[in-house]
Write a protein that binds this ligand. Structure first.
Ligand code: ZN
Length: 139
């Protein structure tokens, strides 16, 4: 069995952002030379997500509006987590809803995704350096 590990780095211009990372994941699979196996992709931070959905601008606006409705950033004092001096309680909640990681099958050297499935990095407390782990196992 072969293994592959890589860290991708993101530093978004905005506090909340959705980035289609499918091309970078495709590159990782090519670098790994693994033809049949599984890939795990997860942020190494508790205020960001990796998830699979449609690469459609309106939907991303809908995600942002929905998440802000469920966990508004302000007023900051509404959250006990922010009693610690942090201001990112909403980011932790948004990440929890959007999920931590994705696991995808690799078949014939490529992501075995559904028709409209794309892999996204979801940032909820950006404007700083953050890492995403890519781990592939297979042969
Ligand atoms: Zn925090």
């Amino acid at each position: 069995m072969k293994t592959y590990r890589k860290e991708l780095v993101f530093n978004t211009d905005t506090r909340i952002a959705f980035i289609n990372i499918t091309p970078q994941i495709d590159t990782c699979i090519k670098e790994s030379k693994i033809k049949e196996g599984m890939i795990l992709v997860n942020p190494m931070h508790i205020t960001a997500s990796v998830f699979i959905n449609d690469d459609e601008h309106g939907l991303h606006n809908d995600f942002t509006k929905w998440l802000e409705h469920l966990a508004p950033h302000s007023p900051i004092k509404q959250y006990r987590h922010n009693d610690t001096g942090e201001d990112n309680a909403d980011s932790h909640l948004k990440r929890q809803i959007m999920g931590r990681e994705v696991v995808v099958a690799i078949t014939d050297g490529a992501l075995d995704l559904g028709t409209w499935e794309q892999i996204f990095y979801g940032e909820f407390d950006g404007q700083r350096r953050k890492r995403v782990l890519v781990k592939i196992i297979g042969e």
